[in-house]
Design a protein around this ligand. Structure first.
Ligand SMILES: [Fe+2]
Length: 238
């Protein structure tokens, strides 16, 4: 089952889908490409942007619309948590959401974050029993400067999620070079859309399904799109 673990499909809660119509269109794009499950992962930063209650409500509304319109994509609830010092505490208190019924959580960093900050925070989360899935490391300045950071995280058992569009060159040369290197070294656990709208950064996978198999092989793609996402949602080791 192909699973998209990172998608800003929930309408009106972050810079993703602007309306219910956009969200439904994004789900249809995914369905047409054979995506069976989308985890809705709006940006979450406590005290700024939508509240947990507002995200919950948007999730419920969209789930019900997809059901009524018989769109065959299962929607799950998650979030893309902005890394802050208090993150381990928030995870422990359940004030941010992991993937459903899982100790894995999706975390993003400021694109210009200092290298020293990453490990300290990620290790504190891990020491509290929560396993980070690091969103699009190929986009971080520190990682572009020292791509081997990703190997270190991979060896620690942290999940590495690259963006589909980075592998297609849509985020520029530097993101492509890094994401391609991570794939070729076998450090990647999931490829996700990080879709934000039905237009640019969308839920369409046709270009990726044309280009990526010949580059990385079907076995690796199956791991990154099916096996590892299933493990994350089943709370199994990667
Ligand atoms: Fe995202």
């Amino acid at each position: 089952m192909i699973i998209d673990l990172h998608n800003h499909i929930l309408p009106g809660v972050d810079d993703g889908a602007l309306s219910m119509e956009d969200a439904v269109e994004m789900a249809i794009q995914a369905e047409k490409c054979g995506i069976k499950k989308i985890v809705a992962t709006p940006h979450y930063c406590r005290g700024c942007g939508a509240s947990l209650a507002e995200i919950e409500e948007a999730y419920r509304e969209l789930s019900s619309v997809l059901k009524n319109e018989q769109i065959n994509v299962k929607l799950e609830k998650g979030m893309e948590i902005m890394a802050t010092d208090e993150l381990p505490e928030l995870l422990k208190k359940g004030e941010v959401w992991t993937y459903p019924d899982s100790s894995y959580f999706l975390v993003e960093f400021d694109l210009d974050e200092d290298e020293a900050y990453f490990d300290g925070l990620l290790d504190r989360c891990k020491n509290n029993g929560f396993v980070p899935i690091i969103a699009h490391p190929e986009r971080y300045r520190a990682v572009r400067h020292r791509p081997k950071l990703v190997e270190t995280w991979h060896k620690k058992g942290y999940g590495i999620q690259v963006n589909r569009d980075s592998l297609l060159g849509h985020f520029g040369e530097a993101s492509f070079t890094c994401a391609d290197l991570f794939m070729k070294n076998g450090w990647v656990n999931c490829i996700a859309s990080d879709a934000h709208s039905p237009q640019t950064r969308n839920s369409r996978w046709s270009e990726a399904f044309c280009q990526l198999p010949s580059r990385y092989g079907l076995r690796m793609l199956a791991y990154c799109l099916e096996t590892a996402p299933e493990k994350i949602l089943s709370n199994l080791p990667l």
